[in-house]
Design a protein around this ligand. Structure first.
Ligand SMILES: [Zn+2]
Length: 416
C-alpha cells in the first residue's frame, strides 16, 4: 500500500515555479534530522483560476526532486476533488483529498441511519477513549442526530474513493477525506462517528481534515480561543487512535490541518501534541508561497515593484468578485486597505514589509495580505509578463519562498 509518512507537509505552488525553493526547506529540515515528506497540493479551483492542468504540478515537482536528488517520498495532491472534478487528476496524482463538505447536512435515508445505529451499538452511552480524561457520552438521540448530519457525506466519500480505486487500483493512492470547508466545526464526538462511518465505507483513510474550532483565514494567523483549540486537537488525536484500533482504519491515519497558511499561534500547540502523543501530522499551506512571489518581485526592483502595484490596484477594483469565493475564510476591513494614492509612492521594501507575514512589523498589513492572497488569478491574467519576471528574479523570490517555509512554518512545527 502506498503509505503516507508520519510527517507530511502540503505546499501549493500556484504558478509551478517554486518547487525547487520549497524542496530546499524540506532538505534543510532533513539535515536537522526531521523527515517531512513534501506534498504538492493544488485544487481544481486553483487550476481553473490559473488555467493550469494537474500534470503541470507533477512535472514541476518531478523536476525539482530530480535536480535536488531528493531521496524521501513525495506526492501530488488532487486537493478538494469531488466526483465531478476528479477525472483530470487521475493520471498525475497519488494523493486525493476527497471533499465531501457540501454533503454535510444533506438528509440520509431513514434506512441508512437505522442500519448505522444497529451496526454501532458501541457508540451509545458512555464511552471511554484513551487520553480523554472525561468520558464521551452519546445518547440515542444525539447519535442519531450526528449520523443523520454526516452519513450522506461519508457515503459520498465512499463513492468517490471507490471510483478512484477502480481507476487506479486499491492501495496505489493516498486517501484523505476533508470536511473543513463548512460552517461549523466538528466535535471530537462527531469525528468518532464520522470515522466509524468512513470505515464502514471501507475507505483506506490515511488522513482526515475536520473543521477545527476558530477562524482559519487565508494567509493570516489563527483567530480563536487557543486553549479550546488545544483541547479539541488533543481529543481529536485520541479519537483517531481509538478509531484505528476499533474500526481497523490504517495505522498511520492522522489529522490533516488545512491551515489556509500561516497559523503561527497554533503551531506550538500542534508541536506539543504530536510530540507527547507520537501522532503524525499532515499540514497544508498553499497561498503563502504565492505571496512570497509577490514579496520577492517587490524586492527585485522597478518592473517587479510596478507589477505588484498593478495587481494591488486591480484587486482593489475587483475586490467583491475576488473575495466572494472565500467569503467564509477572509476578514478584510475596507478601511484598513491603503488607497491607490497611498501606495503610489511605495518602494519594494515598503511592499515587502506590508506583505511579509511578520505581524510585529509596524508596516505589516493583514488586510492587504488577505486581499492579495486571493488575487492570484490577476497575476495569471498577466501571463508571461508575470512568469517571465518569476524566471528572471528566481533567486530573490526563491530565497523568500524558502525562508518563509523553513523559518516561519517548519521550524516552529518540527524543531521548536
Ligand atoms: Zn481545505
Amino acid at each position: 500500500m502506498l503509505r503516507l509518512a508520519r510527517f507530511s507537509f502540503g505546499v501549493g505552488d500556484r504558478f509551478g515555479h517554486q518547487a525547487p525553493a520549497q524542496l530546499r526547506a524540506f532538505q534543510k529540515l532533513l539535515a536537522q534530522g526531521v523527515e517531512v515528506v513534501p506534498v504538492w497540493n493544488k485544487s481544481n479551483r486553483e487550476h481553473s483560476f490559473i488555467g493550469s492542468q494537474p500534470e503541470s504540478v507533477r512535472a514541476a515537482a518531478e523536476q525539482a526532486v530530480r535536480q535536488a536528488n531528493w531521496s524521501l517520498p513525495w506526492h501530488t495532491d488532487a486537493d478538494h476533488i469531488r466526483l465531478d472534478t476528479v477525472d483530470r487528476f487521475l493520471s498525475s496524482s497519488d494523493f486525493f483529498t476527497i471533499d465531501v463538505a457540501d454533503s454535510i447536512g444533506k438528509p440520509a435515508s431513514a434506512e441508512m441511519i437505522h442500519r448505522f445505529l444497529k451496526n454501532h451499538p458501541e457508540l451509545f452511552g458512555n464511552l471511554h477513549i484513551n487520553g480523554i480524561p472525561e468520558s464521551i457520552f452519546l445518547s440515542g438521540d444525539s447519535l442519531e442526530e450526528i449520523a443523520s448530519k454526516y452519513l450522506a457525506a461519508t457515503q459520498e466519500a465512499g463513492r468517490i474513493y471507490r471510483y478512484i480505486a477502480h481507476k487506479l487500483g486499491e492501495g496505489n493512492f493516498i486517501a484523505e477525506v476533508s470536511m473543513d470547508e463548512t460552517d461549523s466545526p466538528q466535535t471530537p464526538q462527531e469525528l468518532l462517528v464520522i470515522l466509524a462511518a468512513l470505515a464502514d465505507e471501507r475507505i483506506a483513510l490515511q488522513t482526515i481534515a475536520p473543521k477545527f474550532t476558530g477562524r482559519f483565514n487565508k494567509g493570516v494567523d489563527y483567530v480563536g480561543d487557543l486553549d479550546r483549540f488545544a483541547k479539541e486537537f488533543r481529543d481529536d488525536l485520541c479519537v483517531l487512535a481509538h478509531a484505528v484500533h476499533r474500526y481497523g482504519l490504517p495505522e498511520n491515519l492522522k489529522l490533516s490541518v488545512h491551515s489556509g497558511s500561516d497559523k503561527y499561534s497554533i503551531y506550538p500547540i500542534i508541536r506539543q501534541a504530536i510530540l507527547e502523543t507520537g501522532a503524525g501530522l499532515h499540514i497544508k499551506t498553499a497561498g503563502t508561497t504565492w505571496l512570497e512571489e509577490l514579496i520577492g518581485l517587490a524586492e527585485s526592483g522597478d518592473e517587479g515593484t510596478l507589477l505588484v502595484f498593478e495587481i494591488y490596484s486591480i484587486a482593489l477594483e475587483q475586490i467583491g468578485a475576488l473575495t466572494e469565493p472565500y467569503a467564509s475564510v477572509i476578514d478584510i476591513h475596507m478601511s484598513e486597505l491603503p488607497s491607490l494614492d497611498d501606495v503610489a509612492s511605495w518602494d519594494g521594501t515598503r511592499w515587502a514589509n506590508t506583505l511579509r507575514h511578520i505581524p510585529s512589523h509596524p508596516q505589516f498589513n493583514s488586510h492587504v495580505r488577505q486581499l492579495l492572497h486571493v488575487a492570484f488569478k490577476l497575476a495569471a491574467k498577466k501571463g508571461t509578463r508575470y512568469t517571465d519576471l518569476l524566471k528572471s528574479h528566481s533567486e530573490i523570490i526563491g530565497n523568500n519562498v524558502y525562508e518563509n517555509l523553513y523559518t516561519r512554518h517548519m521550524k516552529p512545527l518540527f524543531l521548536g
